[in-house]
Write a protein that binds this ligand. Sequence first.
Ligand SMILES: NC(=O)c1ccc[n+]([C@@H]2O[C@H](COP(=O)([O-])OP(=O)(O)OC[C@H]3O[C@@H](n4cnc5c(N)ncnc54)[C@H](OP(=O)(O)O)[C@@H]3O)[C@@H](O)[C@H]2O)c1
Length: 317
Amino acid sequence: MALGTCILGSICVGLVCAQIARRVLPWLYLNVFGPTLFGPKVDLRRLGDWAVVTGATDGIGKAYAKALAKKGINVVLISRSLSKLEAVAKEITDSHKVEIKIIDIDFTDGPQIYQKIEKNITGLDIGVLVNNVGISYPHPEFFIDNNNRHPEFLRDIISVNIHSVTHMCALVLPNMIAKKKGVIINLSSTAAVIPNPLLSVYSGTKAFVDKFSVDLQTEYRNQGIIVQSVQPGFVATNMAKIRKSTLLAPSPDTYVASALKTVGIASQTAGYLPHALLQLTIHLLGAVAGDQMARNFIFNHLSGMRKRALRNSEKKK
Ligand SMILES: NC(=O)c1ccc[n+]([C@@H]2O[C@H](COP(=O)([O-])OP(=O)(O)OC[C@H]3O[C@@H](n4cnc5c(N)ncnc54)[C@H](OP(=O)(O)O)[C@@H]3O)[C@@H](O)[C@H]2O)c1
């Protein structure tokens, strides 16, 4: 009897250990050993002469543009303001021997902008597309209150965060498929994979980007195309309203240097170990204390941010 209990106990412990190993080892490979020991698994220079980066004049997009130029890849910078595009183009060509093309368009402007982009990139040997452009709420807010205050916001956020990603993929994929090589990096967000009340439209658009990327990857994996969904936590940019970088909110350059190491290793990634640990902590909180507890915790945190933002804007009036 005692021997039977002992064997049964050992089997149970073995099964639990196997389950833990099945989950922990892939996580360690994707977030720690893979990027540091082997990443990036593709030589981006060999995919084509050019990269295209949307939202390239600031923050994460500018950091991708600089990092790709540093590898010797020519870059097409796409953003809203011509003067900022010219300044970033100069900054890059001053320090790297590459060609830069700039395209000034506003992604809220409707479908005709894609004809302008197509005209400007036709004939370029494009190996990398970074779908980075994105906008978010001015501050966490209830869906209807935000819509009442900014009636054009719903259309704009979907145009910038969703239409840009799908249309840009449609523009560059045919040539990548013909060459049987290419990398598409789509900027999703940690907001896509954790509860994010009071930013529901933003997180919904980012969940779209994540899901679209994963399924697109499955469609074109056998044709030599890598599609990656990158899910940053906070990065010190204008959008995040964070000026000073910290370990949890790194500078865009630090973030992108880390995220680029995951290309070819992880098809969905936080891109930066502290952000991966943050996602893990929130998922564990949900698993241990219940999903509703995790949702309430984040709701209370974002409600506090909303109240502070509203108080500040009242003071400024
Ligand atoms: N920062 C974070 O904490 C964080 C976290 C998770 C995910 N992300 C995602 O990462 C991406 C980049 O974010 P970021 O923080 O680097 O943003 P950012 O600093 O605000 O920079 C956004 C870039 O996009 C351009 N842009 C904005 N609206 C545009 C429009 N309508 N048409 C054309 N260009 C436009 C901006 O150009 P202008 O300079 O002319 O405005 C700028 O170059 C976004 O997709 C965001 O959702 C960021």
